[in-house]
Design a protein around this ligand. Structure first.
Ligand code: SAM
Length: 237
């Protein structure tokens, strides 16, 4: 099965999916479908919907001038690899770290990395709020991202500590981010970051709205962040 429509969706934005990359997306989809029969990876099983709601959606940050196609990128709460793996397929120079608190999902990602022959990808099994205190990861990333992991204030606390000074965090959210933004704004500067921009996108065909929030890291995050016991307070949706 080829994925010409991923190219159709991306080429108007100047992104081209080569044969080799389309093949990698195909293999990724095949693995996603097979493994989803055994474990909870995605509720979406229709190939075209996977292309739109997982692959295209994961690549939307790359349509922004703030995105860098190289350097170290951390995907917090990556699950079945979104948005980290599609970004890595499209931009092989990225040094990718995929972080998740669920071991089973990392086993799936190990199979994906093997099958797609992806290089410079590290899998980390940990909770973000614990890993952020590891000096090998804290303030070490050029870019940090997360999709569908938590509400905005919590997500900022999970991601900003990992961003190096001068680096970026980009968070993939839906329209509900508007209601989360009030609380989120307060904590941005406390964490040492500044709000850069909000980009609105619509997924092809069904026109579901997506918002990408960009933040830049200005100074070091105070040592007390992320706070302990965060998950008890925040949503994990
Ligand atoms: N980002 C993927 C996506 O968009 O399809 C997965 C989203 S899934 C709803 C949320 C994922 O975040 C789960 O795999 C869960 O294990 C992980 N997660 C939730 N809280 C986390 C935390 N504090 N640290 C690391 N991973 C976390």
């Amino acid at each position: 099965m080829s994925l010409p429509f991923l190219n159709d969706f991306l080429s108007p934005y100047g992104l081209n999916v080569s044969e080799k990359k389309a093949e990698a997306f195909n293999r990724y989809m095949a693995l996603l479908l097979v493994w989803s029969e055994r474990m909870n990876l995605t509720a979406i099983r229709e190939p075209r919907q996977i292309v739109i709601k997982h692959f295209f959606d994961s690549l939307t940050p790359a349509l922004s001038p703030h995105f860098s196609p190289r350097g170290r990128l951390l995907d917090v709460g990556t699950g079945a690899g979104f948005p980290g793996v599609p970004l890595k397929i499209m931009f092989p120079s990225l040094e990718l770290v995929l972080l998740d608190a669920t071991k089973k999902r990392l086993m799936f990602l190990e199979a994906v990395i093997d099958a797609l022959h992806l290089h410079d990808v590290e899998l980390v099994h940990a909770r973000a709020e614990d890993l952020a205190y590891d000096v090998r990861y804290r303030e070490q990333f050029d870019q940090v991202t997360a999709r569908a992991v938590a509400s905005l204030p919590l997500l900022l606390e999970y991601t900003i500590p990992f961003v190096r000074i001068g680096g970026r965090a980009f968070l993939l959210k839906g329209p509900s981010v508007q209601t989360e933004f009030g609380d989120g704004q307060k904590i941005v500067s406390v964490l040492g970051a500044a709000f850069l921009s909000e980009e609105r996108m619509f997924l092809p065909e069904e026109k579901a709205e997506r918002r990408i929030l960009w933040f830049s890291k200005q100074k070091m995050t105070p040592k007390r962040f992320p706070r302990k016991g965060l998950t008890k307070k925040g949503s994990s949706s």
